[in-house]
Design a protein around this ligand. Structure first.
Ligand SMILES: Nc1ncnc2c1ncn2[C@@H]1O[C@H](COP(=O)(O)OP(=O)(O)OP(=O)(O)O)[C@@H](O)[C@H]1O
Length: 238
């Protein structure tokens, strides 16, 4: 469903992504792991049409984001923040997002219930707590009942209860045949959730495959992660 092929991103003289290739399959949760600055957000921003690759492709169901019609019906995403203008009320923001993607208005109430923001419908986005803002971003991602969810550090700002709730939601999405790609710099967070892992270090893929394969030969997945990201390019390449 999500296919990244030989993605290269240069910023000035810096090579931020170096021939990054991996895919995220339907019915599975793919964890996209790497230390701070590894290039996870850069990859996801290109996939979501928010930045341009220097070369290579990042496709959603075989097509670049920019040519998708009503993209929120195909892929929902959560990046930084709530995604809403501070002065916009929660319900108005979602109603506007729904209209812009041909999504029926009844979905607004449904996703507000789903993310636990039904009581905040009239609250201005700027007044939401960090965690509530993340829930609003998730609500927008779920509006179009997309097959794929792409989430950049989605549990940032969520309390333990919220993290557990998000885990359940993502597991249900994959169990229903959806594709989930989520980035994190915390192996412990992803280890409990992901079926497959893609590990990025300094803009290069150092490992990818099912969690069990990546953890093989190490005491734990955490040990595997540190071994792979410390050694960078010299880590095991699958
Ligand atoms: N807009 C930008 N302009 C210049 N450099 C940038 C920009 N955005 C990211 N970078 C650089 O690109 C590299 C990769 O950053 P990126 O945000 O993709 O990493 P990340 O893996 O998502 O890190 P984190 O876990 O800290 O979010 C970093 O060195 C960063 O400084």
């Amino acid at each position: 469903m999500l296919t990244i092929d030989e993605l290269v991103k240069r910023r000035g003289s810096r090579l931020v992504l170096s021939a990054v290739s991996f895919s995220a399959a339907p019915g599975r949760i793919t964890g996209f792991l790497g230390p701070n600055g590894a290039g996870k957000s850069s990859t996801l921003r290109i996939l979501l049409g928010l930045d341009r690759a220097t070369s290579g492709t990042a496709l959603i169901g075989g097509r670049p984001y920019g040519v998708l019609r009503d993209p929120l019906r195909t892929v929902g995403s959560v990046l930084d923040g709530s995604g809403a203008h501070r002065s916009r009320r929660v319900g108005e923001h979602l109603a506007w997002v729904a209209r812009s993607n041909g999504i029926p208005q009844h979905r607004v109430g449904e996703v507000l219930d789903q993310v636990g923001l039904a009581d905040s419908r009239r609250t201005r986005a700027g007044r939401l707590s960090l965690g509530m803002g993340r829930r609003l971003a998730l609500a927008a991602a779920l509006l179009g009942e997309p097959e794929a969810l792409v989430l950049d550090e989605p549990s940032n700002g969520l309390d333990p209860d919220g993290i557990r709730w998000l885990r359940g939601l993502l597991k249900d999405h994959a169990a229903a045949g959806g594709t989930v790609l989520l980035s994190s710099h915390q192996i412990s967070e992803v280890a409990q959730l992901a079926d497959d892992l893609v590990v990025l270090a300094e803009g290069r893929i150092v490992a990818s495959g099912p969690c069990a394969e990546i953890g093989a030969g190490h005491e734990s997945l955490e040990d595997a992660f540190f071994a792979l990201t410390r050694s960078g390019r010299t880590g095991e390449q699958r």
